[in-house]
Each structure stands twice: as C-alpha cells, then as structure tokens.
Design a protein around this ligand. Structure first.
Ligand code: 13P
Ligand code: SF4
Length: 356
C-alpha cells in the first residue's frame, strides 16, 4: 500500500474560510423566521435534506417539515426517494451535486454554493484523471466527498458507511484499488480489509486536527467512556477508538452502547442528534488541541457552518444558489453512485433511520 499523487507539488493549497458569524436570533425572531421558511417550503414543494454537522436549528426544522437529517449515504437515498420537486440540501456542495446527479429533473438548492469540502478541493479532476490513467489495472473507488467530474472518472462511489464492505467485496475478487481522496479513511479501509490500495493524498481539515496525545490524556480522565471516531481521523486517533464509523454509525453507538460517557471524535454538529436520541448520556468532544491552546476542541467544519436559517430563507426567496450539472457529466457520475446504492440495497446497509 502506498500514498501517492501524480503531481504532489501542483496540488492546490486549500483555503479554509473563517467560520461565518451568524447574528443571534431571539426566540420570537427564530419562530417568525422558521414559520416563513415553512410556508416557503410548502409553497415550492420543497424539502430539506440536512447533514448532522449543520446547525441545530436547521436539523430541527428539517425534521419538523418532513425532510431528513442524516449521513451522506442516507441524504442521497432520501433525495432519490422523495417526491418533492425541490430539494434544499443543507450541507456541502458534493452533497448537493450527488442529489442533482440522482435527480436531474429536480431543482436542487443550497443555502450557499460556496460550502465546499477540503477533500473535494484537494482532488482536482484533471490531476486525478492523470493518476487513473497511470494505473489502468486498478479499480477506481472514490469517496462521495468529491466533485461530479471525479465521480464520473470512477468505478465506485462510497460513503464512510459503506466503504469497508465495498472494498472488501472488491478485494475478494482480487482487484487492485485506486482510492481517493481521503488518505486517512483509505488507510483505515486498507488496514481492515487487507486490500491492495493506492491512495490519493487528501485529508479532511476538521478530522485531521484530532490529537492523539491529548486524547490519551482525556481517556485517562474518563476511563469508563467509550471512544467514538469518524474514520477521516488520523490512524493514531482511530487506533484508540471503541467504535469507528460514519456519523450514523457513531450516533447508533451512543444510543445502543451501555456506557454513560462517550468521547466523540467528529464534527460538533453531531451532538444535537446524539443528545436528542440519548438524552441521559454524557458527550465529551475529543481534543483538537494540546495543552495551553485557547480552544480545546474546535471540531466544526467551516463549510457546514455556511448553512443557517437566514440564508436558507434567502435561497427560497431568490431561487439562486442552484446546483447545475452538465447532463452528460451527470449521466457518467450516476453509474458509480447507482452501483453504491444498489450494493447498499442488496446488503441492507444504511437503511433509513438505522440510527434512531
Ligand atoms: P458521513 O457520510 O459519515 O456523514 O460523513 C460525511 C462527512 O463529510 C464527514 O466529514
Ligand atoms: Fe469535508 Fe471534513 Fe467538512 Fe466533512 S467535515 S465536509 S470531510 S471538510
């Protein structure tokens, strides 16, 4: 197994924006705003498809209005199964693009199209295509956190909840795998399956910040706590986990495990759903900084934070921030996404509400 990229030096530097500062809303303001959004959703035959990392107000509103709050696999499945004419994807751009690829006839809006992902940004389609060309004997498996063009170049798309069984299935067939873009998830999958994998050198700027030494110290302070880790985290953090899994799988662990305390190494947005489903449990954010730092745990995706009630109302009023994909590109990207969804269906993976 090796970690390689075709042109290491030419990879784009990823600009990480500051977290947007949304003005605080009083309770009456929030109620009035959510009432206006509910009316707009109904008038436009629109539903919200939100990720667990988005603002709690958005997650609550999505649930109240018949939308969904879930991981990226279930977001794709929900959008494809929904009869609504407009899907408003609260998350990051690859999630909106996946919704458009699966539903080309629907209008797909996002509160802010600038909400990207460091994995997507770190895997430009042209360099990735050259990498694939150099390894024609490899089956190309890409994480969902990629552009439509990268997906169109792949044989399989996977999310974190399905990566292990897909790669295990391919390894059983003796296939060599070219994996992109998350090297940490790729390395975890390689270790678990023993597959022959060539990895792209990408990373999530949020999960890469978890610190293994500080986590060791925290575990000593909370010896009864179970450690839950998203596999976008570095190996030394994954190695300390009791459970490694997608956001849905981590939520399920909080609900089902007998422990009263959990140390959680993923984006802080997930705590809303964890508290909702397991109100009696104590959730401790895993550390992203060593001793003396001003922020002990700052794990929150700056792009997920671009989604708020305020810009959700604006996009419903203006209809801008629409995801558009070249239809021919969309048709090519659909093939590996469909392959994933079919595999999930056959194996009963990620069935709706398996966290509830
Ligand atoms: P999940 O599919 O586990 O929700 O992960 C998506 C993601 O972007 C995590 O950072
Ligand atoms: Fe991308 Fe990381 Fe943000 Fe998930 S948390 S959307 S992987 S940057």
């Amino acid at each position: 197994m090796s970690i390689r990229t075709p042109e290491q030096a030419s990879r784009p530097a990823i600009e990480v924006p500051p977290h947007p500062q949304w003005p605080a809303l009083s309770t009456p303001e929030r109620t009035a705003l959510t009432d206006r959004i509910k009316a707009l959703l109904e008038a436009q035959d629109a539903v919200l498809v939100a990720h667990y990392y988005t603002d709690a107000d958005l997650q609550e509103l999505a649930e109240e209005t018949g939308g969904c709050v879930s991981d990226s696999l279930e977001m794709a499945r929900f959008g494809a199964a929904s009869s609504a004419q407009t899907l408003v994807v609260c998350g990051v751009r690859f999630m909106g693009e996946t919704a458009k690829i699966l539903n080309p006839e629907k209008r797909i809006l996002m509160p802010d199209l600038r909400a990207t992902c460091s994995l997507d940004e770190g895997c430009p389609a042209d360099a990735f295509g050259a990498f694939c060309d150099d390894h024609p004997d490899h089956t190309v498996v890409v994480y969902a956190n990629t552009s439509a063009a990268v997906k169109a170049r792949s044989d399989w798309v996977v999310t974190s909840s399905i990566a292990l069984p897909v790669v295990a299935h391919l390894a059983e067939q003796g296939r060599k795998i070219l994996w992109a873009p998350d090297k940490h998830l790729g390395h975890y999958v390689q270790r678990m399956t023993g597959a022959d994998m060539l990895l792209w050198d990408g990373a999530c700027v949020v999960h890469e910040e978890f610190k293994s030494f500080a986590l060791e110290r925290l575990r000593k302070l909370h010896p009864e706590a179970a450690v839950l880790v998203h596999p976008e985290s570095p190996d030394e953090v994954v190695d300390q986990a009791d459970v490694v899994g997608s956001t849905t799988q981590l939520i399920k662990a909080v609900v089902e495990m007998p422990n009263r305390e959990f140390i959680v190494a993923t984006d802080a947005g997930i705590f809303w759903k964890m508290h909702q489903l397991a109100p009696g449990k104590t959730l401790i954010p895993a550390p992203t900084a060593g001793e003396g730092a001003t922020c002990e745990s700052c794990a929150h995706c700056p792009w997920m934070a671009m989604n708020a009630l305020q810009n959700l109302e604006q996009v419903l009023l203006k209809g801008d921030q629409e995801i558009l994909i070249d239809p021919a590109l969309g048709r090519r990207a659909l093939v590996p996404i469909r392959r994933m969804l079919e595999f999930a269906r056959e194996r009963g993976i990620g069935a709706r509400r398996d966290a509830d």
